[in-house]
Ligand binder design. Structure first.
Ligand code: ADP
Length: 393
């Protein structure tokens, strides 16, 4: 059984083909700069690579190029011989708490959710429509980033705003990175030999975007991202939690428009806003070379995480494990150390030596006596999507 996973952005398609019996990734690739003068397509399989640099005007032609590269690799005779295609969809609103087989009705519902994810859902839909056109007879499944968080109870997902903002405009916490939080929680349950539906965990997905989740009995009961991915932790370019009155204040004193403020909060804030750089590796280097703003950005980043660990410990009561993942979570030794320092009263004691490595596979980085296990688990959102597709078809 072969399953293809597509993650479609506005000018890119990332894809991965899995053998769904063994969970082995057969080939991975990317089509970039779709719609530009020169586009770039690349696949990797084993230690081999194939590339094309030509103009790819739209997602549909992107899939055709992908198909020709896959045929050339001899991994598959035709893209449409796969048993299922999984699509990452960022926003599933309240409508989708599970993956669904895509039909016209599902497409309409995803279209209706565009106001909640104006950048992502249209791009995801572009990929879905092109893929259906390309392989009309293959079952296509939408897997939503928000779905894992659909178990969050109302007292945690509601904002204390006039109730009609929820009823009329759907203003509530939805949460994102659900596929990743779910995947690492399941992996941790297997590793710790705890039934998945008994696991209590705090999951930390720390990449360019960053979010945390409180997982009780295997289900998300709270998460740091909100109506949009802007809320919560400090991120590469997003501010995370701020006093909302800052927006009105800046509009008044600086005369900034809604769009300018939106761009400031989403693209010019976070690590970049504080020290001018949003790449954690470079921020780390800058701090080591004495850059005071980079040091401050790092302190702020870990301090915010620590506050969320504290609040999710309170919410969960018993915590079996803390799980780090994402580019930063898997690789950044200092972020893990600083985020967990001084948390012994919460049962969290890091083993500094065990922490002193990057994760290629599951790492346990707590001291033996630590009540809470601290794990580093490489995320694999594509595999999780493939597994969800397999369960649907
Ligand atoms: P995305 O959210 O775009 O998927 P990733 O999960 O790939 O992001 O994470 C990107 C972040 O991970 C960047 O800030 C990058 O600097 C950081 N990162 C990647 N490798 C390392 C490393 N070895 N040490 C520290 N940070 C790293």
């Amino acid at each position: 059984m072969k399953i293809l996973v597509l993650n479609s952005g506005s000018s890119s398609i990332k894809f991965q083909l899995f053998n769904a019996k063994t969970n082995e990734s057969l080939v991975a690739g990317i089509i970039e700069q779709i719609g530009e003068k020169l586009s770039h397509a690349k696949i990797k399989y084993g230690d081999k690579e194939l590339e094309r640099n030509i103009a790819i005007p739209n997602h549909k032609e992107g899939l055709e190029i992908m198909n020709s590269l896959l045929i050339e690799s001899k991994i598959i005779k035709d893209l449409c011989e796969v048993d299922g295609i999984g699509h990452r969809v960022v926003h599933g609103g309240e409508e989708f708490s599970k993956p669904v087989i895509i039909n016209e009705n599902v497409i309409k519902q995803i279209e209706k959710l565009i106001p909640l994810a104006p950048l992502h859902n249209p791009a995801n839909l572009e990929g879905i429509k092109s893929s259906i056109e390309h392989c009309p007879n293959v079952p296509q499944v939408a897997v939503f980033d928000t779905a894992f968080h659909s178990s969050i109870p109302p007292h945690a997902y509601m904002y204390a705003l006039p109730y009609e903002t929820y009823e009329k405009d759907g203003v509530r916490r939805y949460g994102f990175h659900g596929t990743s939080h779910h995947f690492i929680a399941k992996e941790a349950a297997k590793y710790l030999n705890i039934d998945e539906d008994k696991l209590n965990a705090i999951t930390l997905h720390l990449g360019n975007g960053a979010s945390m989740s409180a997982v009780k009995n295997g289900r998300s009961i709270d998460t740091s991202m909100g109506l949009t991915p802007l809320e919560g932790l400090i991120m590469g370019t997003r501010c995370g939690d701020i006093d909302p009155a800052i927006i009105f204040y800046l509009a008044r004193v600086e005369g900034l428009s809604i769009d300018e403020l939106d761009s400031m909060l989403n693209k010019k804030s976070g690590l970049k806003g504080i020290c001018g750089n949003n790449d954690m590796r470079e921020v780390g280097e800058m701090a080591k070379n004495g850059d005071e703003k980079a040091k401050l950005a790092l302190e702020m980043f870990s301090y915010r995480i620590k506050k969320y660990i504290g609040s999710y410990s309170a919410v969960l009561g018993r915590v079996d494990c803390l799980i780090f993942t994402g580019g930063i979570g898997e690789n950044d030794i200092d972020v893990r150390k600083n985020s967990c320092s001084g948390l012994e009263n919460l049962g969290i004691s890091l083993d500094l030596e065990a922490n002193n490595q990057r994760a290629k596979e599951i790492l346990e980085i707590n001291k033996k006596e630590s009540r809470v296990k601290v794990l580093v688990i490489p995320t694999n959102e594509e595999l999780e999507i493939a597994l969800q597709v397999k369960s649907m078809i």
